[in-house]
Write a protein that binds this ligand. Structure first.
Ligand code: PLP
Length: 436
């Protein structure tokens, strides 16, 4: 009997990508029990931005584990949480000067919605089609990147409205005008068009399904992640800020997947020149330990009734120590700059495939968050091909994931410590798998 036999006792609700038993990870690589190694361009779904087992993060975890594992946030202050607040003050927009910690992205999302509702006294939340915000009951109600995340779970918590996202490659107006949607998508975030129409539809929601005075918040991923690695134009995110300002609505940026250097800026909202009212972080924050955070202005946080939200583990001492080391490593080792530079190379290399492979419909991304949308006849989403390509890559020692409602977007999420040779190798393997 092998250890892997125990896998059959795990719940099948985990949709499984591979059956690889991993013994250890280091930098950009995972090492399997059967002796194989894999170039890991999944980063545990955008978590291990500092690479697997970054020595500084591991050392901080080891040290803190010997001092204090758990110091409950309502009862005491512990050193790592206060140090983390100090570290975050160096990287988060200074306007957002108050922090709350929990364990997962979904918890941060739910906390932010609760904060927005209490702070504004309003009930409605506007989110975007294709958005992903997590799988707890509240977060699921805000998520629409795949029907299966919602199917069979009726009834959803109420007060949620879905507006279209500025998905340039699939923009019907651009296509009807005979323009090249892939060129527009490539130009994002600087595309000059493709944002007025979705913003108009969002305004229409506030004229029909609800009224602006009832809207507490607009919740947006600055770059849609699970929905297909979709970069909107600057005008879209700036337009959301404007609509929020017009009506006293709070803008919540879900940077759970885009944060911590991933896009070549510390937070993706920086690309758009927009400060949200509430910023959400998780994944890359603690290099793999469960930790998430909400940042907002103090005066907003003060309107969140004391004691009305919290949690036993949020801001765990070991996780906070890992986050402090993570932020130091990202900043001192130039990982944001590396993401910007390597991201340019990755996107260009993948973009070059468009000319050679008609199945490559769209290549888009910022920094080391790049998606390749695979298509068939008439640009129809080709999820079957994406699945084949992932298997082909895995057989050749490269781990990638797909995303999007039709699973046809292959996403590249390398660690920010990857090097140029690894990026070029990944594109070479991807092309071989595509051709094979
Ligand atoms: N928000 C975004 C943008 C995400 O990508 C995710 C996870 O993929 C979540 C929220 C949920 O995070 P978690 O899985 O930690 O609950």
């Amino acid at each position: 009997m092998s250890l892997l036999d125990n896998a059959k006792f795990l719940s099948p609700v985990w949709a499984r990508y591979t059956d690889i038993l991993v013994e250890r990870g280091e930098g950009a690589y995972l090492y399997a029990a059967d002796g194989r190694s894999y170039l890991d361009f999944t980063c545990g779904i955008g978590v291990t931005n500092t690479g697997h087992c970054h020595p500084r993060v591991v050392a901080a975890i080891r040290e803190q584990a010997g001092l204090l594992l758990h110091g409950q946030a309502n009862i005491i202050y512990h050193r790592p949480m206060l140090e983390l607040v100090g570290a975050l003050r160096e990287v988060v927009d200074p306007a957002l000067d108050s922090f709350f910690f929990s364990n997962s992205g979904a918890e941060a999302v739910e906390g932010a919605v609760k904060l927005a509702r209490q702070a504004t006294g309003r009930s409605e939340i506007i989110v975007f089609q294709g958005g992903f915000h997590g799988r707890t009951a509240g977060a699921m109600a805000l998520t629409s990147s795949k029907g299966k995340y919602r199917g069979g779970y009726a009834n959803m918590p109420a007060g949620v409205h879905f507006a279209p996202f500025a998905y340039l490659y699939r923009n019907a107006v651009v296509r009807a005008a005979g323009k090249n949607p892939a060129a527009l998508s490539w130009a994002a975030p600087y595309a000059e068009e493709g944002y007025e129409e979705p913003l108009g539809q969002l305004r229409q929601i506030m004229d029909t399904e609800t009224v602006p005075e009832d809207v507490a918040a607009i919740l947006v991923e600055p770059i849609q992640g699970e929905g297909g690695y979709i970069v909107p134009p600057i005008g879209f995110i700036q337009g959301l800020r404007q609509i929020c300002d017009e009506h006293g609505i709070l803008l919540i940026a879900d940077e759970v997947q885009t944060g911590f250097g991933r896009t070549g800026a510390f937070f993706a909202m920086e690309h758009f020149g927009v400060t949200p009212d509430i910023l959400l972080m998780a994944k890359g924050l603690a290099s793999g330990l469960p930790l998430s955070g909400i940042a907002a202005r103090r005066e907003l946080m003060e309107r969140w009734h004391a004691g009305s939200h919290g949690g036993t583990y949020g801001g765990n001492a070991v996780a906070c120590a890992a986050a402090v080391a993570t932020i130091a490593a990202i900043r001192e080792e130039g990982m944001v700059e590396n993401a910007a530079r390597l991201g340019g190379i990755l996107k260009n290399e993948l973009g070059a495939l468009r000319g050679r492979h008609p199945a490559v419909g769209d290549v888009r991304g910022l920094g080391l968050m790049v998606g390749v949308e695979l298509v068939g006849e008439g640009d129809a989403p080709n999820g079957a091909l994406a699945k084949r390509v992932l298997v082909g890559c895995r057989e050749r020692g490269l781990l990638l994931l797909n995303c999007g409602p039709y699973d046809n977007v292959v996403r590249f999420i390398p660690p920010l410590v990857a090097n140029e040779a690894q990026v070029r190798q990944a594109v070479r393997i991807f092309e071989e798998a595509l051709a094979g």
